[in-house]
Structure formats: structure tokens, C-alpha cells
Design a protein around this ligand. Structure first.
Ligand code: UD1
Ligand code: CA
Length: 463
């Protein structure tokens, strides 16, 4: 079976979104629309290359396409549309990058809820056509292009702006709209594209005019209605405005929560649990809303995430408990560890098995060894900490001298007294004890007691 290339149209201005950010970079559950569409297409075995057409904010959009492809194990291919003269012009711009006599699946980049089910069903019916598009029945056609049929046969798609009920009324089923998903045979579009004109209310080249042009040429043109399981209208929503973005995000969150419940994840306040489609939560894990699990996070079976946590690109192992109000990013927490409440794990924090990280404790680029405990008001940065170490409240690794970062190394079974400042680079050997309130500027040998503080003086009070 020859594979079909896919083209994501992502060059538009997104004027209706108002935001200065390119529309396809708006996010749902922490993922850009572009990443969501790319992920769906990339997961389909019959799709070959995924090309992205960029224009408005091209560098940013291209960088995001690259990041998405890298996460999905591929490489991005971006094509630049220097001026955004419409979706038809977008396809013209991409044609030199689509050689051969196969087909191309074209998808609007602002359809973040697309599913493989919808696309597969569409492809099953569209393959072999010269021009095919996917339509949807809606109660309110809103700003979608209207599908015009005569005796059931497709005649055209008329854009909302150009729709005149007086002219099209008798032929239009006001409820059938174009979803912005197309399959084109490449030889057919090569023939039709030069005939596109921009004589319409927007002054743009419409991809949708290829339907009437194909029919005029006697081609096999198919308007395929999205029907059946997995093809709900919600999967095909186009996102143009902040309100549509909010609605789409809500749908995606519910869909994800339903998937997780079905796979055996326990959700408390499921309507407040926000999990990225790219994050993995294994059956047998437990999440309490409100919480947010985003990026490429992995939450393993038996892990418990209590409420008000934000977890991004982190791995949380089985038997871990993340208590309320924790922020965890690009970190790993191993089996049996307890984090929080109110803890912050920053990039490259590794909390080893059965370790505890308590309230107002921050870890960055630090390995906290097995069974070690930092339970109160502590900062550990650029540190390697052995097993069974206990940190008193208020311990600080002073890792930065204003110019460079330095490492703190602490052996096994050490006891670091409250309010100690460990001025890096410094090493504390196994079984050493650091007195409370010490400023440690020199290495502490194994098994020794180090005190680095002024001796207490007791004097008579002046009356
Ligand atoms: C489009 C369809 C409409 C359909 C709707 C579905 C056209 C003319 N109309 O309308 O029939 O019902 O999608 O959501 O296609 N883009 C480019 N380059 C451009 C212009 C747009 O890449 O020059 C991209 C945009 O980034 C966007 C997509 O094409 O991702 C669709 O453009 P948009 O302006 O949102 O079209 P709609 O008005 O929503
Ligand atoms: Ca749109």
C-alpha cells in the first residue's frame, strides 16, 4: 500500500483569535493545536510525510513543528507561504513539495480535536476520488463553509461570507458544513489549481472552490459526511476565536478524562483533571482534581497525585505519593517516594526510592538518594546526595557565586543540621554531621562533626 502524505495548513493569520501569537500555537491542555494535529497524523500508519505549511509567525510555527516531530520520533518538514492569499493558495504553495501521482490529505491546522477514527473513516471512503472532503451536520453553520447539494449530489462549497440564501437557499441544506479535511489526487489538483480565482468577498483563493471546479471537469468528487462512532461533531471543531478555543479545550479534557477512566485510572473530581493527550497515565494510577499533567509526563500505576499539582514532562513511579500543591517539571520521582505538600521539583531533579521531599523544599539538578529526607524549607541545587541523609529545616546548598554554578556532594547517612549553608563546591563524607546554623566552606571528612558558626556567648544583662 502506498502511503499518503499529509499537509497541515498552518500559515493563516488567525485574526479572529486577536492574540499576537500565531493561531496554531494556541494551546489546549498545554499542547499547541499544531502539536495535537501533528500527533494525530503521525500516529496513522497509512500517512507518510507530514508537511506543515507556515507563514504567519513562520519561524515560531516551524520551531514548534520541529519540536512536535522530535517528540513523536520524526523530523518536521515546513513549507513557507510568504503571503497568505487563502487556503487554495496554500495548497498551490505546497504543490512543488508533493511530487508523484498519489494523494494528499489536507487538514486545517486549527482542528485540534481531530481523531484517527475520523480520519481513517474518511480515508476509507475518499480513496480513489479525485477530490473529496469531509462534511458535518450542524445545527448552526456559523462561519463554516456551506455544502451545496442537488438531489443529494454535491455541487459546491460556498463560504459563509459568500453565502447568499436567496441564491443558494434552495440547494443548501443549511446544516451541512465543510470540516476543512480533504483528500486530493495530485494529478487532479495539478490540473485544477491554475483555474482557481480570488473573485469572492474575501479576495482569497479558496481551496473549497476545487469542489465545483472538479465537478465542472467531470471528475470524481465526493462529499463524505462524518457519521458513526468516533465521528462526533466535537472531533471536527475548527478553532477561530478565544471562545472556540475554550470550548475545544473543555471537550479535549473531558475526552481525555473518559479515556483514562476507561483504562482504569482513578479520578477524583474528573472534570478538574487536565491531562495532555501526549502524557501517559497508567491504569491503577490515581489523580485528584484540580491538577494538570502535561507534556511527555508518565504517571505509573499505583502512583497517587493529590489535588492542585502541576506535573510537566516528569516521570512519577509506582507507589509514589505527590501531596497537594506540588510543581514538578522535567524531574523523576522513584518508587515509594513522598513529595509535598508544597514542594517544587525543577529540571533534572531525581528523587530516589523512598525519599521524602516536604513543604517549601526546592530541588534543581539534584539527585536525592534512596530514603533521604528533606522535609522543610530547603533548597538543594546541583547536588548529589547519598542514601539515608537527613536535612534539617532551612538547609541551603549555595551553588551559585554570581557567575558559576558549583556542585555539592553529600555521602550516605549524613545529618545536616537546620539552617546549614553548604557553600559549593563542597563535599561532605559518609556519616558526617553538620551542626545547625553552620556555614560549611570546606570539605567535611567521613564520620566527622563539622561546626561552622560563632560560639554562643552568655553575659549579664545590663539593667
Ligand atoms: C475554512 C474553510 C471552510 C471550512 C472551515 C472549517 C476555506 C476557504 N474555508 O474556513 O469551508 O468550513 O475551514 O474549519 O478553506 N491558512 C493557510 N494559508 C492561508 C489561509 C489559511 O495556511 O493563506 C490556514 C489557516 O492557518 C487555518 C486553515 O488554513 O489553519 C483554515 O483557514 P481559516 O482562515 O481558519 O479558514 P475558515 O474561515 O475557518
Ligand atoms: Ca478555521
Amino acid at each position: 500500500m502506498t502511503s499518503i502524505d499529509a499537509l497541515i495548513l498552518a500559515a493563516g493569520k488567525g485574526t479572529r483569535m486577536v492574540s499576537p501569537r500565531p493561531k496554531v500555537l494556541q494551546t489546549l491542555l498545554g499542547e499547541t493545536m499544531l502539536t495535537l494535529v501533528t500527533a494525530t497524523l503521525s500516529s496513522m500508519p497509512r500517512i507518510g510525510n507530514v508537511l506543515t505549511l507556515v507563514g504567519n509567525g513562520a519561524d515560531q510555527v516551524c520551531a514548534e513543528a520541529g519540536a512536535a516531530a522530535a517528540r513523536l520520533g520524526g523530523t518536521a518538514r515546513c513549507i513557507r507561504q510568504e503571503r497568505q492569499l487563502g487556503t487554495g493558495h496554500a495548497l498551490m504553495t505546497a504543490m512543488p513539495h508533493l511530487p508523484g501521482d498519489g494523494s494528499v490529505l489536507v487538514v486545517n491546522g486549527d482542528a485540534p480535536l481531530l481523531t484517527t477514527d475520523v480520519l481513517n473513516r474518511f480515508l476509507d471512503e475518499a480513496l480513489g476520488a479525485d477530490v473529496a472532503f469531509l462534511s458535518l451536520m450542524l445545527d448552526d453553520a456559523a462561519s463554516y463553509g456551506r455544502v451545496i447539494r442537488e438531489h443529494g449530489a454535491v455541487r459546491a462549497i460556498v463560504e459563509a461570507k459568500d453565502f447568499d440564501p436567496a441564491l443558494c437557499g434552495p440547494l443548501a441544506d443549511a446544516h451541512e458544513v465543510n470540516t476543512g479535511i480533504y483528500l486530493f489526487s495530485l494529478p487532479a489538483v495539478r490540473k485544477l489549481l491554475p483555474r482557481l480565482s480570488c473573485e469572492n468577498r474575501s479576495g482569497e483563493y479558496y481551496i473549497t472552490d476545487l469542489i465545483s471546479l472538479g465537478l465542472a471537469d467531470g471528475m470524481d468528487v465526493r462529499g463524505i459526511r462524518a457519521e458513526g462512532a468516533g465521528c462526533e461533531a466535537s472531533a471536527l471543531l475548527g478553532v477561530n476565536t478565544p471562545a472556540e478555543l475554550a470550548a475545544a479545550e473543555d471537550i479535549l479534557a473531558r475526552r481525555r478524562a473518559a479515556e483514562l477512566l476507561a483504562s482504569g485510572v482513578i479520578l477524583h473530581a474528573p472534570q478538574l483533571v487536565r491531562v495532555s493527550p501526549l502524557s501517559t497515565v497508567e491504569g491503577g494510577a490515581e489523580l485528584s482534581g484540580p491538577c494538570e499533567i502535561c507534556g511527555d509526563s508518565v504517571i505509573r500505576s499505583g502512583a497517587r497525585i493529590l489535588s492542585h499539582c502541576v506535573i510537566r514532562d516528569a516521570v512519577i513511579d509506582t507507589g509514589v505519593e505527590i501531596r497537594e500543591f506540588c510543581h514538578i517539571e522535567k524531574a523523576e520521582v522513584r518508587r515509594g517516594a513522598i513529595i509535598g505538600p508544597y514542594a517544587r521539583l525543577r529540571p533534572q531533579a531525581l528523587v530516589d526510592e523512598d525519599a521524602h521531599v516536604g513543604n517549601f523544599v526546592e530541588l534543581k539538578k539534584t539527585h536525592l538518594g534512596r530514603g533521604s529526607k528533606a522535609n522543610h524549607l530547603t533548597y538543594l541545587g546541583d547536588a548529589v546526595i547519598g542514601e539515608g541523609v537527613n536535612f534539617g529545616a532551612g538547609t541551603i546548598t549555595c551553588n551559585y557565586d554570581g557567575k558559576n554554578k558549583f556542585r555539592t556532594t553529600i555521602g550516605d547517612r549524613c545529618f545536616i543540621g537546620s539552617n546549614a549553608a553548604l557553600v559549593a563546591p563542597v563535599t561532605v563524607g559518609d556519616d558526617a554531621l553538620v551542626g545547625a546554623g553552620s556555614v560549611i566552606v570546606e570539605d567535611v571528612p567521613a564520620g566527622k562533626l563539622a561546626l561552622g558558626r560563632g560560639r554562643q556567648v552568655v553575659k549579664d544583662r545590663r539593667r
